[in-house]
Design a protein around this ligand. Structure first.
Ligand code: SF4
Ligand code: SF4
Length: 292
């Protein structure tokens, strides 16, 4: 780790965090002061281009929180290319789109938290913060088509931290890496300079590649994703919404089925033979700049 003094200011500390995260494998880092998460007039993304608040707030997860650090890792282009190949396995994507990158995000956010705690700033690493909550009642009552949520809304945090914009596929798109990314976060009591926010979407007008390429018709015209249809993954976890819901309920070991608790291991990180849909909503998206 870099040697820095404990009394460095918000700007210098933010730069040290970016340097450390980049050295650990992040391609981008953004910072959002917690005030940006409040539903007040200064929330620059209350313009419909953001994500609705879900999960817990930074201060609920870490009392005294002042900043949220969002880190980005890129899904390797070769892994995506392999996923698009007409072979009968998505092994590479399962491992290096999900499992390994989840571990990397855990590792990066843990090391960032450790770095900050060594400087006396209490810090909570969240890693990739996968879906752990399922709003079953909301889904069944038709109040939402996207009922899966994490304990912390990483996509909303990414926008508030200036990582990118909300794409029509429902994913976050960065200026250089498109939607070919994974996100992680650290919540900290350190006061850090916020990154500039990039409002709006970078999707070309009229582009519907993600909507039309999804074999489950899981993305509607407003960019809302039917998580149950997506979870079913071409029948792998149920051919009908009811069957997919049943599979979700089976993933809940105790009383969680009623309250909507879902261990994230059952959503999309099996590792081997993952996603028969081949994640076409991301893989076909033209926003990415493929490395040569
Ligand atoms: S992950 Fe697959 S099923 Fe889900 S929205 Fe993307 S293409 Fe559709
Ligand atoms: S495929 Fe097109 S509409 Fe969908 S997220 Fe990418 S650029 Fe936007």
């Amino acid at each position: 780790m870099n040697e820095v003094s404990q009394d460095q200011g918000p700007h210098v500390l933010a730069e040290s965090i970016t340097q450390l995260a980049t050295g650990l494998g992040a391609i981008s880092v953004g910072i959002a002061p917690v005030e940006r998460f409040w539903n007040s007039g200064n929330n620059v993304l209350d313009d419909g281009s953001s994500y609705a608040p879900t999960g817990y707030s930074p201060e609920e997860l870490l009392p005294g929180a002042r900043s949220v650090i969002v880190v980005v890792v890129r899904i390797p282009d070769g892994v995506v290319a392999s996923n698009l190949s007409p072979i009968d396995t998505t092994y590479a994507f399962g491992n290096f789109g999900y499992v390994h990158l989840n571990r990397l995000l855990n590792s990066i956010t843990h090391d960032l938290a450790r770095f900050l705690e060594e400087r006396s700033w209490t810090s909570l690493p969240l890693g990739p913060c996968g879906s752990t909550r399922f709003d079953r009642a909301g889904y069944e009552e038709g109040r939402t088509i996207g009922p899966l949520h994490g304990i912390f809304n990483l996509k909303r945090a990414a926008l508030l931290a200036g990582i990118g914009g909300r794409a029509r596929s429902g994913l976050v798109a960065t200026p250089h890496h498109g939607t070919r990314i994974r996100l992680g976060a650290v919540i900290t009591t350190a006061m850090l300079n916020g990154s500039p926010v990039l409002a709006g979407t970078s999707c070309p007008p009229g582009c519907k590649v993600c909507i039309e390429s999804c074999p489950m018709d899981a993305i509607n015209g407003e960019g809302q994703v039917d998580h149950v249809a997506c979870f079913s993954d071409q029948g792998r976890r149920g051919h009908t919404p009811a069957e997919s819901l049943h599979e979700m309920a089976k993933a809940v070991p105790l009383v969680g089925a009623a309250s909507g608790y879902l261990p994230h291991e059952h959503t999309a990180i099996d590792g081997v033979g993952n996603r028969q849909c081949r994640v076409l909503c991301m893989a076909m998206c033209p926003l990415v700049k493929v490395r040569q």
